[in-house]
Write a protein that binds this ligand. Structure first.
Ligand SMILES: [Zn+2]
Ligand SMILES: [Zn+2]
Length: 114
């Protein structure tokens, strides 16, 4: 189980948690206002919203992200070519330790001091 910060949106994960990454890409950074975003992936149907409806944002030509419209928590990422699975923000889990990131993704764009 997980959800946004304000509690209006809640979700349930029943699928196997895999692909635990910490993403340093510029799109994740900008959409979260954070230096990196941790994600995990589940195959669908292994994820569903059980309370509230997120706002959908088209973050690029090929992918969509979902947020809570009230508090701004980013919740999901879905690529158009991978409709059979969805990425979920690790830190929106009630127990994020259970899916802590194991590898860095897009480490080439990791923030670094000049
Ligand atoms: Zn919220
Ligand atoms: Zn990213």
């Amino acid at each position: 189980m997980g959800g946004c910060h304000c509690g209006q949106i809640r979700y349930e994960v029943t699928g196997e948690i895999r692909d635990r990454v910490l993403c340093h890409c510029t799109l994740c950074r900008r959409t979260a206002g954070a230096p990196a975003v941790a994600w995990f992936t589940v195959s669908l149907p292994g994820f569903r919203f059980v309370q509230g409806q997120p706002t959908t944002y088209r973050s690029s030509d090929v992918a969509t992200r979902q947020f809570c419209a009230v508090c701004g928590t980013q919740l999901t990422f879905q690529h158009d070519d991978r409709r059979y699975e969805i990425d979920i923000t690790t830190a929106s889990l009630d127990d994020p330790d259970a899916a802590a990131p194991l590898v860095d993704f897009h480490a080439d764009t990791r923030l670094k001091s000049p």
